[in-house]
Write a protein that binds this ligand. Sequence first.
Ligand SMILES: CC(=O)SCCNC(=O)CCNC(=O)[C@H](O)C(C)(C)COP(=O)(O)OP(=O)(O)OC[C@H]1O[C@@H](n2cnc3c(N)ncnc32)[C@H](O)[C@@H]1OP(=O)(O)O
Ligand SMILES: O=C([O-])CC(=O)C(=O)O
Length: 379
Amino acid sequence: MAAEDIKKGLAGVVVDYTAISKVNPDTNSLLYRGYPVQELAARCSFEEVAYLLWNGELPTPEQLAEFTARERAGRALDPVVKQVVDVLPVESHPMDVCRTAASVMGARHPLAEDSSPEANLKKAIDLWAAMPAIVAYDQRRRRGQDLVPPRDDLGYSANFLWMAFGEDPVEEVVKAFNVSMILYAEHSFNASTFTARVVTSTLSDLHSAVTAAIGALKGPLHGGANEAVMDTFDEIGIRAEESMEDAAARAKAWMEDALAQKKKVMGFGHRVYKHGDSRVPTMKAALDKMIAHYGRPELLGLYNGLEQAMDEAKGIKPNLDYPAGPTYHLMGFDTPTFTPLFVASRITGWTAHVMEQLGSNSLIRPLSEYNGVDERHLP
Ligand SMILES: CC(=O)SCCNC(=O)CCNC(=O)[C@H](O)C(C)(C)COP(=O)(O)OP(=O)(O)OC[C@H]1O[C@@H](n2cnc3c(N)ncnc32)[C@H](O)[C@@H]1OP(=O)(O)O
Ligand SMILES: O=C([O-])CC(=O)C(=O)O
């Protein structure tokens, strides 16, 4: 087989249909079930978008009321999951906690082995409703703080912030968080979603698929990049009183040095988008609002400096993780909690794909070209 016939990383290979989202790098657009993601981010709650991804249509007011009631009823941290989280070392990565918690929830779910569409939708909603409590509590226990129980007078995003920080969330911050959840929710056959589809294709269960997807999302070439972006900002040094211009100059110098050393800088580049990520302008607008809200222009200086230097040197544009990282930092999340926030959102997309895969399943099993030693025999 010729080397060019090997599709390393499956780059450019179309492996199946999907009706859940359309990523179009030529028009730089992203549609969820036909709706531009920018419109959804501007006008919808994350609950409405979750409903859309799972059901194919936006909810009527009655459907939304029933759906949000189900989500609110599933928010409390299961005491057994809490016990498991509590025995995990605080040195472990929060993504390991998420992955373990998703697995425990699977083992405890009464419908664990039922993969009917009804059971899978129920399991998806249960996981989605429960993940904020896990992520928020894990961050709190690492800070030596107690669990904050959910509030059912708050929407998904406001309640998430409430459980994380135990303070009444500010409306503007809730809006920015809601935008991030919507933008992170779904992105066709990315590595973690494809992982979920591979697991599902063996007729394994939904929690197994999500647990594996969390593992795939953790890596810095995928979801882990939102944490790595903040590590870069920290390495350059965040100086609260610095002017935007000075911060930008230091960031530019850092980037030029990193690229001279042939380093990969996380938060830039994308397998599909080569002229910029469709979601970045919307997330950047949310970041701008948070920078203004918290009065932190030096972060914008670092942001602009890195972006400009990368563009000038290589023409590579930021991906969604680039504006999302500093946004979560400003909101008060610890850096290792950023990718778990991505998990909380992407559970919607992953599980929509699990259900779609099962709807027209074929075992996913590509071929490989052997390049090891020739056949040989034991002496
Ligand atoms: C939500 C998400 O998951 S979005 C993606 C988040 N991931 C990151 O931010 C990690 C950093 N980015 C990357 O590693 C890559 O851009 C990927 C993995 C996302 C996509 O990669 P691919 O499509 O496989 O492109 P590949 O890695 O081959 O890069 C092509 C060229 O651009 C360069 N390049 C791509 N991204 C970067 C980057 N972030 N920093 C420096 N150079 C880069 C590569 O070094 C390569 O250069 P070369 O041709 O001179 O060797
Ligand atoms: O599509 C990809 O490869 C990665 C990505 O942006 C996502 O999963 O949101």
